[in-house]
Design a protein around this ligand. Structure first.
Ligand code: CTP
Length: 423
């Protein structure tokens, strides 16, 4: 089989499903200044493909109007348990049965206490109590003043809510509307969107500890100059995110890139190949899966200058001497954990031509069970790519798609090949 490089890598992949396509979310607001962020969240959920039904408490309506949410969601808002639009007058039953999830954002301290007590004196609390525990998950985005959040009563209530089966999405830290600074802000809409998407992802890597390398490395020539490459880190970051969504504990070891860290992923920033190797060695001993997506510089300057190299006016150029960098993937793949099958190693190959042949040769040379080939110049910095998976059984093509969707497909492929972690 001859692998065809993608010819127009930046064209939109039109038929890719949206991440929340087919999901119906009950977006519920309780009283708090963070209600203003819920408008953005409503839009974000809809842009991700979900249908959204908004439910508001009386207190929430003091902060933002139902008109805003009707316009954003395209559906009339529910706030009253006696709503006459429902033929059977049981809005709390009908709404909770139709939803794939109930998301309360913002969720006030008072409403958390109410949920813990199982009270049911308004539409939202009634709906939460009446929800089928096995099929309508409840997600909570707390929002309150830092003292209220830190109070033992609130912490006790949050722990109890979790024990009762709710998912508490955490809070942000920083400047609060009350003028104080600390924990308790509602997470930002894009963070909540990431958490909701992750919530629905199949937990194929539950219990796995994954280490991912990403981005380029930077090899110094002197204090102000260095050698690097065009890797943006997007593929590695997308894989780290997909692995986290699949339930793994993920450490992302990143060269110099300007990308934000995926939610829930631990990130270690490094510069040179040697820094990256050290960080990988520190983490690999507790990992069960190692995915090397980084475009590690093959060579470094043997003796970088500790002072800026200056022109001397004669037109002479610096004579740089290079030495080879350690091969991080090959080092990890030859560790006892990898050789004894406790650490599943995945390599990447950035090639410019003859992808299948080069990738298979590289897989054998680096001694890894799975190697993922791509055409480097067509992938670097782009949002789309095409992958060729090479293992002992042969090749599998993952056709051109967004890096985000390829990352999910690759995580599925890794989960299929990888042994379950020892408990
Ligand atoms: N890799 C690594 N350490 C290096 C070089 C590469 O860990 N010093 C890893 C990459 O992260 C990737 C795989 O090895 O997973 C292949 O990288 P690639 O640059 O395609 O191959 P090289 O080994 O550098 O070989 P060549 O440049 O000759 O194609």
């Amino acid at each position: 089989m001859t692998y065809q490089a993608p010819t127009s890598p930046d064209l939109h992949v039109a038929d890719e499903p949206l991440e929340l396509a087919g999901k119906h979310i009950l977006l519920c607001l309780t009283g708090g200044i963070a209600c203003y962020k819920a408008a953005e969240l409503c839009r974000a959920l809809i842009k991700a493909g979900a249908t959204v039904q908004v439910v508001m408490t009386e207190a929430a309506e003091q902060f933002i109007t139902a008109v805003t949410f009707q316009a954003l969601s395209g559906r009339p808002v529910y706030s009253n348990q006696w709503d006459k639009r429902e033929a059977n007058n049981m809005a709390h039953i009908n709404l909770s049965r139709a939803a794939d999830a109930i998301l309360i954002a913002p969720c006030s301290a008072d409403f958390i206490a109410k949920l813990v007590q199982g009270r049911a004196d308004d539409l939202l609390s009634l709906m939460c109590l009446a929800r089928p525990l096995g099929s309508t998950p409840l997600l909570i985005a707390p929002a309150m003043n830092r003292e209220m959040y830190a109070h033992p009563a609130t912490q006790r209530n949050l722990a109890q809510l979790q024990a009762d089966g709710a998912t508490v999405l955490g809070v942000g830290t920083g400047f609060q509307a009350c003028g104080e600074t600390g924990d308790g802000r509602m997470l930002e809409p894009e963070q909540l969107l990431e958490d909701v998407i992750a919530f629905f992802a199949p937990k194929l890597l539950l219990g796995q500890r994954v280490v991912v390398t990403a981005g380029p490395t930077y090899e110094a020539i002197d204090p102000v100059r260095g050698i690097t490459n065009l890797s943006s880190g997007k593929m590695g970051f997308a894989i780290a995110r997909a692995a986290h969504e699949a339930g793994a504990q993920v450490t992302l070891i990143a060269g110099p890139v300007s990308l934000s860290t995926p939610r829930g992923v631990d990130r270690i920033d490094v510069k040179s190949a040697e820094n990256m190797l050290q960080a990988v060695i520190n983490k690999a001993h507790e990992a069960t899966i190692f995915i090397a997506t980084a475009a590690v510089a093959d060579w470094r300057v043997a003796a970088p200058s500790d002072r800026k190299l200056k022109k001397d006016g004669t037109g002479s150029t610096p004579q740089l001497v290079f030495e080879e960098n350690p091969d991080i993937l090959a080092t990890v793949a030859s560790s006892p954990a990898a050789l004894q099958g406790r650490l599943f190693c995945v390599g990447f190959a950035a090639e410019s031509h003859d992808l299948a042949a080069h990738a298979q040769a590289k897989r054998l040379r680096k001694n890894v069970p799975l190697l993922v080939g791509n055409i480097g110049p067509a992938a670097f910095g782009k949002d789309h790519n095409a992958l060729l998976l090479v293992d002992a059984a042969g090749t599998t093509e993952l056709p051109r798609a967004s890096k985000r969707s390829l990352a999910r497909a690759l995580v599925n492929e890794i989960a299929r090949r990888c042994p379950s972690p020892a408990q």
